[in-house]
Design a protein around this ligand. Sequence first.
Ligand SMILES: [Zn+2]
Length: 126
Amino acid sequence: MRILVATGHTQGTHPGDYHFCIERELVWIQEPCDRDLRDPDGPCGCGRGFAGAASHRATTTAMVVDSEMSRDDVVLAFQTSLGDGGWPVAWAEDVADENLEIAARLPAGAIITRKLEHFFVRGALF
Ligand SMILES: [Zn+2]
């Protein structure tokens, strides 16, 4: 199935880009802070970021990839990640499903960016 992961591809093509994630780690979408709700292009940047499940860092670029992981594998990965990061482990299924729903709508190789709850295709790597 297709999953959404961090990527450094196309980084720097937008002035607001940042990338502190590990290439190809699972990502999830965090609620933006109040500052970013008003201005997602601002200095905080959480409103345009994807959170890395393994690194607990963030990136503005994510890519859809084909994976051997099942939904259960993705849920388990997020249970571990959320627990490690001090987030409620009970979020794991919702976080996993949001990742998989975004990935399911796009072809493998699609690179996306985010503005609050909106996602945009920036490019593709095939
Ligand atoms: Zn923020």
